[in-house]
Design a binder for this molecule. Structure first.
Ligand code: MSP
Length: 522
């Protein structure tokens, strides 16, 4: 039987500077989705990569006294190292300078040219080099980029146009499904700002510089970097010449993108695919920005937070947890060191960390040979198991909609209930009854089994902690780690290998830490 597939992508990043916690946000979110669907047994393909052509990269390389190729090669090492630090489990990493991508993009634009979707003209208008985007004077009357606010410059060059306007009607129909672009506020913005005024044809080649893919029908032109970049989602799967992966995974289940680039993905990309006769992706999901001090964190503003420093200080799971828990996915949210430390202290050290240590410590102390089989179960134990069943269903329904923060909130409600269960069942008092430990055994078994289930539920989000929890409780790594196992009760196998160990998430002294962080904070 063939397994259901799940294809998820991140944007491919411009290596015009070091990647920051804002870019890491998209990638961690995509990684959580990929891990979730793998745990559910799907055949997952998770693609990320780098967008290496264009005027901005050429300028940056020149300013560093390097050739663009040497520059992007150097940056690719750093990007891959960052994804390793953040435990990003990508299946494919595309670079738009890869020979197969270059050849595929050439085949794509040649096909569009041959079938009459591309024609020659002159582009007179405005251009934002950092965003690599064209604007008309009507769209940007003050000559400032509507996306990033920086100054636009006038461009007047020979170019080839793609007949984007021909796809106005099919795009309107696509948007009418109501699920192509999510959240719907993003879809409405695209309809209002671009579809309703009517689409213009799109300049898809440039001649002002040469760091790009030469257009095969006129090699003095390079392919517009956004067309080059968008094609990565299919060229990475071998389109058009080696379509094995393409046939297996396309259309994509979801392209994850920041709201600043939804326009390219929701209008230009489906129109290009329609012109190629290729199905459009199932969904484009646009998330909000991480802000710092109220403004979008970005390389050019310099207000960036380095994820490597954070991982170094707090560990990868704390950072992944914070990114997905703090801000509802889809909205903008502020990043602050204080909020991060608060989350670590309350959710991780206090709630989850304490639950693990308390449970393990009590098991070790009272049942060093493992929790015995004689267990006296009570209603309160079953209620906790019921809540775990319910929690899993809630998590599933939120993750289907990429509502990471709500999924985590539900898991933390279960963790909170486990802590409350300890307070209510008072195992330290039960332990005093030396003649009969059957009730204590049931309480500690219920806690251990629910921690086993929690360790699975947090696995899409956290990459190290689940194994640490299982290790403390003596659960073999091979046992019970599919998503389905989190739905089952009483799979925990009592054993003598439980140990207390040191705190999984040590508490942080807020005041001292904020002071120490000043050095790294813009
Ligand atoms: N190269 C293009 C994407 C091409 S995809 C075919 C690009 N690159 S980028 O490096 O500038 O941005 C990549 C992604 O990072 C975008 O989705 C963008 O929204 C995201 N982010 C950049 N800064 C961010 C924040 N401060 N917060 C959240 N996401 C951020 O655009």
């Amino acid at each position: 039987m063939t397994r259901e597939t799940f294809y998820i992508t991140t944007p491919i990043y411009y290596p015009s500077g070091q990647l920051h916690i804002g870019n890491s946000y998209t990638t961690v979110a995509a990684d959580a989705m990929a891990r979730y669907h793998r745990l559910r047994g799907k055949d997952v393909y998770f693609l990320t990569g780098m967008d290496e052509h264009g005027q901005k990269i050429q300028q940056t390389a020149e300013s560093e006294g390097m050739t663009p190729q040497a520059y992007v090669d150097k940056m690719a090492v750093g990007v891959k190292a960052l994804w390793k630090i953040l435990d990003i489990s990508y299946d494919g990493f595309i670079r738009t300078t890869d020979a197969h991508h270059v050849a595929s993009v050439q085949a794509i634009v040649q096909k569009l040219y041959d079938q009459g979707d591309i024609y020659k003209g002159v582009y007179e208008g405005l251009y934002c080099t950092p965003c690599e985007s064209f604007w008309t004077p009507a769209q940007a009357p003050d000559h400032l980029c509507p996306d990033c606010g920086r100054e636009l410059h006038k461009t007047d060059e020979d170019c080839y146009f793609f007949r984007l306007s021909h796809y106005q009607k099919p795009l309107e129909e696509l948007f009418s499904s109501g699920t192509f672009v999510l959240p719907s506020s993003s879809a409405n913005e695209m309809i209002r700002n671009f579809l309703e005024p009517g689409l213009d044809d799109l300049a898809i080649t440039r001649t002002a510089f040469d760091w790009g893919i030469p257009a095969p029908f006129d090699p003095a032109h390079v392919v517009y970097v956004w067309v080059d970049a968008l094609c990565n989602y299919i060229t990475a799967l071998g389109y058009p010449d080696e379509p094995e992966l393409f046939n297996r995974y396309w259309p994509a289940d979801v392209h994850l993108v920041g709201k600043d680039i939804i326009r390219f993905h929701s209008l230009i990309w489906p129109a290009l695919l329609m012109a190629l006769g290729v199905p459009v992706p199932k969904c484009i999901f646009s998330h909000g920005w991480l802000l710092f001090g109220g403004g979008k964190m970005s390389k050019s503003k310099g207000n960036i937070i380095d994820p490597i420093v954070l991982v170094d200080r707090y560990g990868v799971d704390a950072i992944r947890y914070f990114l997905l828990r703090e801000v509802p996915f889809g909205s903008d949210g502020n990043f602050s060191n204080q909020a991060l430390i608060e989350r670590i202290n309350s959710d991780l050290a206090n709630d989850l960390g304490n639950l693990v240590s308390r449970t393990a410590a009590m098991v070790v102390k009272t049942f060093p040979n493992g929790i015995p089989d004689e267990r006296l179960e009570e209603k309160i134990d079953v209620e906790l198991d019921d809540l775990a069943d319910k929690t899993l269903k809630i998590v599933d329904s939120h993750l289907e909609k990429l509502e990471f923060s709500l999924a985590l909130e539900a898991i933390w409600a279960l963790i909170g209930q486990c802590n409350k269960y300890i307070d209510l069942t008072t195992p330290w008092i039960l332990a005093r009854d030396e003649a009969d430990h059957s009730r204590l055994a049931a309480v500690l078994y219920t806690l251990s089994d629910n921690l086993r289930r929690i360790s699975v539920m947090i696995s899409p989000f956290m990459t190290r902690t689940p194994a640490l929890i299982r290790d403390r409780l003596g659960i073999l790594e091979t046992e019970n780690v599919t998503w389905a196992s989190a739905a089952k009760r009483d799979l925990y196998v009592a054993n003598p290998n439980v140990y207390k160990g040191s705190a999984i998430f040590p508490r942080i002294d807020m005041e001292k830490e904020l002071e120490a962080l000043e050095e790294y904070t813009p």
